[in-house]
Design a protein around this ligand. Structure first.
Ligand code: SAH
Length: 472
């Protein structure tokens, strides 16, 4: 039995999916952040967990060849990054091995995980930032959340953002303090300002600021808006979002536009998009272009396809694909995102795409019931993945192929197992690193209906045989 405060040297057996190093003391696991597989580290036991202990890293006794010096002084406190101590090529190998392990534990033994397509910019890539505000006896604090907690790590330069965004954050925090805007205190249900969300167009440079408050009335609101506009001309719109709920979801459902149009614009894969506060937009612009190009290349379109882009957001995937197919229909639950998508189609003169504001499963059930033909279904669900209802409806619709883009390979693999039971098989999984320094990775799979898959194997086989005959 180990005691809190006790120091000991451990050898790290592996780094788990959360990015935590796991060592063993007899049969008890010891979890410690900031270490790599095979390293020997001095750790200090923090507390007993259900299975094993959590520990704090003291020093590295025997470093791994994959180690690099974490660049952020808050690395071990802040919950945003998990892998800053791992060289970039080792991060890619680690992410691939993690997904391979998930595949191995599933029933999809034939699914081959391809090498990670790495990012050229491992830092400064985030175009969306959420700053939390709180107050205690010492005063107002603003910054990011400590891992697994509601405690705030005071903001210093975050290296996942560009310099300008970091300057903007500092300036906004100073304004909040100067104007004495009261942070919301969750435990006492007092105060006003919960979060500030910043979104910056990577190409356009346009900035959106969303002030998330606990109530509608907001003293000093006018002064705050005036000051932001005076000091930050790149800010094109300021929105107040009211969130009465006490959950960890940042945005509420009520919105007031305080300045500007309520959206910003950005360019992606050659199109211009308007993006509202509540609409989804990928946070790593450069790698999103890589992701979309990779995903769409798998379709090998001929130009006569009807494509259903489900979970379509503001329509970015469908609109990138539209010139290469006959028609696209985008389905999305968030009405604001659908409004953006419709405007985006007009803005880019894409006239073979339309959008439906509906639950994707319900819409597919209707299409199947009215015997409409869809050649390809694209799906890009949230982290929680898709649902049985969706997969069932998709199987009824019977597209030739399903292109699945995911930010959570675990739920994707789970869903692919269900798709397989409906006759949709996939042989490869492609990984694109949209989130360097973190334990996240974006993944793509392309499944074909089994009869088609068998036919293509047969055709390939035939071609090979013909080749042989011909060569003879
Ligand atoms: N494909 C888009 C958005 C992906 S994020 C892009 O690449 O930018 C996932 C989207 O799924 C969100 O916009 C969310 O609002 C939407 N969504 C979640 N549940 C849904 C459902 N049941 N039906 C349709 N859309 C849904």
């Amino acid at each position: 039995m180990l005691k809190a405060g006790q120091k000991l040297n451990v050898r790290i057996a592996y780094v788990d999916d959360e990015g935590k190093g796991i060592a063993y003391d007899k049969r008890d696991a010891i979890m410690v952040s900031g270490v790599l597989a095979d390293e020997v580290a001095e750790v200090q036991i923090q507390k007993r967990l259900k299975q094993g202990y959590s520990a704090r890293l003291g020093k590295i006794v025997k470093p791994s060849k994959n180690r690099c010096e974490p660049v952020c002084p808050l690395f071990l406190r802040c919950g945003s990054c998990h892998l800053q101590h791992m060289q970039m090529n080792a991060q890619a190998d680690w992410k691939q091995a993690m997904v391979e392990r998930m595949v191995k534990e599933s029933s999809l033994k034939d699914l081959q995980v391809q090498n990670v397509i790495t990012a050229t910019n491992p830092y400064g890539y985030r175009n969306k930032i959420i700053i939390g505000f709180t107050r205690d006896k010492q005063g107002v604090h603003a910054g990011f959340y400590e891992e697994y907690s509601h405690r705030i790590v005071p903001m210093e330069d975050c290296l996942l953002h560009d310099d300008l965004s970091n300057q903007l954050i500092r300036s906004l925090i100073a304004m909040v303090k100067k104007l004495r805007i009261e942070p919301y205190q969750e435990d006492r249900k007092k105060g006003i300002l919960r979060h500030i969300l910043i979104r910056k167009g990577a190409v356009s440079g346009q900035i959106m600021i969303v002030l998330i408050t606990s109530q509608s009335a907001f003293p000093a609101r006018g002064q705050f808006v005036d000051q932001i506009r005076k000091e930050w001309p790149a800010v094109k719109t300021i929105i107040q979002n009211i969130n009465h709920r006490s959950t960890s979801i940042v945005l509420g459902s009520e919105e007031k536009v305080l300045f500007g149009s309520g959206y910003i614009e950005d360019e992606l894969c050659g199109n211009t998009y308007r993006i509202s506060a509540s609409s989804f937009y990928q946070i790593n612009h450069e790698q999103t272009e890589v992701l979309y190009q990779k995903a769409l290349s798998l379709l090998e379109t001929k130009g006569n396809e009807t494509v259903l882009d489900t979970y379509c957001g503001i329509g970015t995937i469908g609109m990138t694909l539209a010139p290469h197919v006959k028609q696209v229909v985008g389905v999305e639950l968030n009405k604001q995102a659908v409004k953006d998508a419709i405007q985006n189609a007009k803005r880019n003169h894409v006239d073979n795409i339309r959008f439906v504001a509906e639950d994707a499963s319900v819409y597919m059930q209707k299409l199947a019931a009215s015997r409409q033909r869809v050649d390809v279904v694209i799906m890009d669900p949230p982290r929680s993945g898709s649902t049985h209802q969706f997969i069932q409806a998709c199987a009824q619709l019977k597209p030739r192929a399903i292109l699945y883009i995911s930010c959570n390979p675990k739920t994707q693999i789970r869903d692919l197992e269900v798709f397989k039971s409906k006759g949709y098989v996939s042989d490869k999984m492609y990984l694109v690193d949209l989130f360097p320094q973190t334990n996240h990775v974006e993944s793509i799979s392309f499944s074909i209906f089994i009869k088609d898959a068998l036919r293509s194997i047969f055709l390939n086989f035939n071609n090979i045989m013909n080749d042989r005959v011909y060569k003879k």
